[in-house]
Design a protein around this ligand. Structure first.
Ligand SMILES: CC(C)(COP(=O)(O)OP(=O)(O)OC[C@H]1O[C@@H](n2cnc3c(N)ncnc32)[C@H](O)[C@@H]1OP(=O)(O)O)[C@@H](O)C(=O)NCCC(=O)NCCS
Length: 188
């Protein structure tokens, strides 16, 4: 997976001087275990942008433990990630998204045509969706999510799930994600 290129500029660039020129193109590639530090940075920055006020000690702890988790999970195929980088400066990763694969118990599910089939429980949770602030609103997260969905189809997953932050909800809805009845218990 890789080599998908885009150069779309959002309408807001008409008024934003900081927007990059039309020639700025972004390439999406699959992440490797060597990218674990940038993915760990995305994850930490994502939580901060979602409202978690992490002091530097806790932010560093999240980065270190995430990188270490990825070092184990990526070679096993338990985590698959994608990174968006500038074509002009490939060392500059501007956004990312990933999935954690998980196998759940089989369950009945209704297909688009209304019939019911038994799903084997091949599911992934979408995580670490993050775009660097100066690269936002130019379609990068959308392209990453389209890549994730395309990949999920290609490996024949049955569903993708995610927990939407307010900034991401419109994007996920526009791609076809729907609210479910999931509940959570955290008093453990
Ligand atoms: C959410 C986020 C990943 C979007 O990244 P992005 O690259 O700017 O997204 P895109 O440019 O692809 O935008 C796609 C759509 O998302 C929506 N969107 C993007 N940013 C949004 C925001 N801040 N508020 C509401 N909707 C937003 C828009 O509907 C947009 O469609 P449009 O192009 O028709 O306007 C980015 O704002 C971010 O990193 N936020 C902080 C971390 C976070 O909340 N991650 C999501 C965790 S679930």
């Amino acid at each position: 997976m890789g080599g998908e290129t885009m150069g779309r500029r959002p309408s807001s660039c008409i008024v934003l001087a900081k927007c990059l020129p039309m020639s700025e193109s972004i390439t999406i590639r699959t992440a490797t275990v060597a990218d674990r530090l940038v993915i760990a940075h995305h994850r930490t920055a994502m939580f901060v942008d979602m409202g978690w006020s992490l002091d530097e000690e806790r932010a560093a702890a999240l980065r270190v433990t995430t990188a270490s988790w990825l070092e184990q999970a990526m070679p096993r195929g338990e985590y698959v990630g994608w990174l968006a980088q500038s074509e002009a400066a490939p060392e500059r990763v501007v956004a990312g998204a990933g999935v954690q694969l998980r196998r759940i118990l089989p369950f009945p599910r209704r297909l688009i045509d209304g019939t019911v089939s038994i799903a084997e429980g091949r599911q992934a949770i979408v995580v670490n969706v993050y775009t660097e602030p100066e690269f936002r609103r130019r379609g990068t997260a959308r392209r990453l999510m389209e890549t994730v969905i395309g990949w999920a189809r290609s490996v024949r997953l049955e569903s993708l799930v995610l927990h939407a932050a307010p900034d991401g909800e419109a994007l996920y809805r526009s791609l076809g994600f729907e609210r479910t009845n999931e509940m959570r218990y955290t008093r453990l």
